[in-house]
Design a protein around this ligand. Structure first.
Ligand code: HEC
Length: 193
């Protein structure tokens, strides 16, 4: 009995500390969310989402936050497990990436794209998703079989995920004319040019 009480108190404390998080819900179906509504949900979870990634202790899971977003809003689900996706580009990548060109040469070496993700479940609650990275490395080197891109992902708790380069590139490699870049949905692309 005492054990049970302790457990209940513990759970109570956990929920109290996640009060903000609990409020990040919607009664609009995932597929019907507007860009504004998706952004609202994102703003609600942002701090916790980013703190979770940063718990990895790896510099890049903090650094990407200072890069420019490469979209106007988290893009509607489609790929990446039908999650909402929000991409950031480092200084090396930003100008080239945001041309969203479908007849590009290679992205500059040193380009890094980071992509936050979240999901909305059937009950309308927002779930944190992984943080994805693509890093452009020198041609013909370690990633020569994967378009010279190195793929990485961190769980919402900041754990480096065991991912297969072949799996990620199996899909990205199909974007042949875009140097393996998938690009955000057209509705949320920046109007740079
Ligand atoms: C089923 C196909 C598919 C798979 C598998 C996939 N991706 Fe993607 N990825 C995409 C598409 C499509 C986009 C662009 C969509 C968007 O940003 O809204 C994208 C975007 C990205 C971006 C932003 C740069 C870009 O391409 O525009 C990163 C970073 C990324 N993915 C990393 C990964 C990693 C890491 C893996 C493996 C764990 C992976 N992806 C697996 C389809 C895929």
């Amino acid at each position: 009995m005492r054990k049970l009480l302790a457990a209940t108190t513990f759970m109570g404390a956990m929920f109290a500390s996640s009060a903000v998080w609990a409020a990040c819900t919607t009664d609009v179906k995932k597929d019907d969310l507007t860009a504004e509504q998706a952004t609202g949900l994102y703003e609600c979870i942002k701090e916790k989402l980013q703190a979770g990634y940063a718990a990895s202790g790896d510099a890049r899971t903090t650094e990407y936050k200072s890069w420019k977003p490469a979209a106007t809003a988290p893009a509607a689900p489609g790929t990446h497990g039908k999650r909402f996706l929000y991409t950031f580009a480092n200084d090396v990548a930003f100008e080239e990436y945001t041309k969203y060109s479908d007849e590009r040469g290679p992205m500059p070496v040193g380009s890094v794209l980071a992509k936050e993700s979240f999901n909305v479940n059937k009950k309308g609650a927002v779930k944190h998703g992984p943080l994805f990275f693509m890093t452009k490395v020198a041609a013909g080197g370690e990633a020569k079989d994967f378009g010279d891109w190195v793929y990485a992902a961190y769980s919402p708790k900041g754990k480096p995920m065991k991912i297969s380069q072949k799996f990620c590139h199996g899909c990205h490699g199909a974007y042949d004319d875009q140097d393996s870049m998938g690009y955000p949905d057209e509705d949320v692309r920046l109007k740079t040019n």
